[in-house]
Design a protein around this ligand. Structure first.
Ligand code: ZN
Length: 304
């Protein structure tokens, strides 16, 4: 009894203490560090965000007004595929293509749980059929073909549906002579749950892009945090113009894997947008707020 009362008292104390920390925007992030991690109580769920870049507590609405960018350190947060479309295209112009394509489970694959169950769970959680959203819409009144991958659906990995949707997107852009924009947010690369069928997608999308290029199309690839593995190693790197958001993680294998394989200390900032710009892998770093204008400008500059 005595113990229970003590426990509930200290819980109430931390709830009271948590409030001013969460509310005061100028509080240093490490304010609660001497007492361990800051208790979650007192922070209304979803109203505040903890910045992954600077650790500050940010009012969610303020960040959302900045297109999910931290007002204090310019960290670019995750944006869902649907939100990305909303941010990039003129309001109400998006027309989805191939929205009926759904993933199958050709290998009967299971890791921690069966792939078939995982797909259903991910679809429920994200509202997507798979990790890519494709279609057409307008960017400042210029019609484009546009695809987005979403890192929250099995890490944005490319299985047969992502590959097929992107390939059809490229083919329609070729037939319709449309500028092509693909925004990558894929930490997972090729989706191992579908084995060789996933790996084939890299070649399939790349071949469609080659035909698009021969037909004179303009492909702008936008790399966001994270763009890794088979996605970085195929279509994401094949843009006529490669843009990247600031401080995005972009690479093939993760830094720990590379370090363990080649046993060499990797350079500082390796696999960031800034490092890759310096080494000629990408053409320009574009902050999220400028992305729409920069893409529209690039389309005009390249002759529509
Ligand atoms: Zn920040």
């Amino acid at each position: 009894m005595e113990r229970t009362r003590q426990a509930s008292t200290s819980a109430a104390d931390s709830a009271v203490q948590a409030l001013p920390q969460a509310v005061g925007p100028k509080q240093p992030a490490g304010g609660a560090s001497s007492r361990g991690p800051r208790p979650k109580r007192g922070v209304p769920e979803g109203l505040w965000l903890k910045c992954d870049g600077c650790g500050a507590t940010i009012y969610r609405k303020e960040a959302e007004e900045l297109l999910n960018v931290c007002p204090q350190c310019d960290f670019h947060w995750y944006v869902s595929a649907a939100k990305r479309i909303e941010q990039l295209l003129d309001a109400g112009t998006f027309d989805e293509w191939d929205g009926d394509l759904k993933p199958a489970d050709p290998l009967g694959f299971r890791d921690k749980k069966p792939y078939a169950e995982r797909i259903v769970a991910e679809q429920k959680r994200t509202g997507l059929k798979d990790a890519a959203l494709t279609g057409t819409g307008m960017i400042r009144a210029r019609r484009v073909a546009c695809g987005v991958t979403d890192s929250s659906f099995i890490m944005g990995s490319m299985g047969s549906v992502v590959g097929e949707r992107l390939t059809r997107l490229v083919e329609r852009a070729t037939a319709g002579k449309l500028p092509l924009i693909i925004i990558s947010a894929s930490g997972g690369g090729a989706r191992m749950h579908e084995g060789i069928l996933s790996l084939m997608q890299m070649a399939k999308v790349s071949a469609a892009l080659a035909r698009y290029s021969q037909a004179g199309g303009l492909f702008i690839s936008v790399l966001t945090n994270p763009t890794m593995g088979g996605v970085a190693a195929s279509f994401a790197s094949l843009g006529d113009l490669c843009f990247a958001e600031p401080r995005a993680l972009i690479g093939f294998a993760g830094p720990r894997t590379i370090k363990a394989t080649i046993r060499v200390e990797l350079p500082k900032g390796f696999q960031t947008s800034e490092f890759l710009l310096e080494h000629g892998f990408i053409d320009r770093i574009v902050p999220r707020k400028d992305l729409k204008s920069e893409i529209a400008r690039a389309i005009d500059y390249c002759g529509g």
